[in-house]
Design a protein around this ligand. Sequence first.
Ligand SMILES: NC(=O)c1ccc[n+]([C@@H]2O[C@H](COP(=O)([O-])OP(=O)(O)OC[C@H]3O[C@@H](n4cnc5c(N)ncnc54)[C@H](O)[C@@H]3O)[C@@H](O)[C@H]2O)c1
Length: 253
Amino acid sequence: MAEGRLEGKTALVTGAGSGIGKAVSTVFGREGARVMASDINEEAAGAVASQIEDAGGEARSLRTDTTSEEDVQGALQAVVDAWGKVDIVVNNAGIGGPQYTWEQVIAVNENGVYYGCLHGLAQMIKQGEGGAIVNLSSMMGVTGTTTPAGPGGVGYAYHASKAAVIGLTRQFGLDGAPHNVRVNALCPGWIDTPLIALAKMSEELTNWMVDGTPMGRLGGADEIAKAALFLASEDSSFVTATHLVIDGGWTAR
Ligand SMILES: NC(=O)c1ccc[n+]([C@@H]2O[C@H](COP(=O)([O-])OP(=O)(O)OC[C@H]3O[C@@H](n4cnc5c(N)ncnc54)[C@H](O)[C@@H]3O)[C@@H](O)[C@H]2O)c1
């Protein structure tokens, strides 16, 4: 078998039990990384770790609520305890939709990413071998939008929190640069995961998402995972403190 692009690396992925986090964990495992699949849904994280192991990779799982700084620190420590170091952190856990309050969205999408960057970078600097942090922002962090559902775009808190992730990425990227710790963000467009299940129940909203995407379709979680692999691997060795939009053309309209 060819050498994987993450051979010898260890990775913490938050929100690993579903959608993009699941795809990222699977691709990282296939590329040789030892993956700590963490999620607030312990069972889902466990299933992803088992799937990676069944495919011949190495993975473990644990329950982490990223709104808790202590939990995030614990997840990083669990990677150190298991494999001696943390090379990659993917701050992926996120929520969105009208069912959540401002406080809930900010707690997961903004605070959770902050804790992962703060303690992930500190751990990597301590290790002295560089590293890569990948944060999940959104195209909604670089643009507002008008939806058929009324004002507020996809939610004020969602827009604000995803823009904050880009701000955090820039600043932690600057702080990590002298230590060869690269920090980057991904800004996906509409990706077909359980996150947009509610919107997909409406034909009007589904058409709005698809028709508004110049490529005329939703993206797949695997298409975001490939970009996460790029940002986590040596292929992006001079890329830091920036964000990559992957939206089928949505934000260029
Ligand atoms: N799907 C899209 O269209 C889209 C677009 C742009 C950005 N994103 C972002 O990508 C990331 C992943 O989204 P997805 O589409 O895979 O969603 P998803 O709902 O399929 O998966 C999110 C996962 O995060 C977990 N999670 C939620 N709150 C958590 C918490 N407090 N602590 C730990 N885990 C928690 C959930 O249990 C779930 O397993 C999110 O940050 C999301 O905002 C998604």
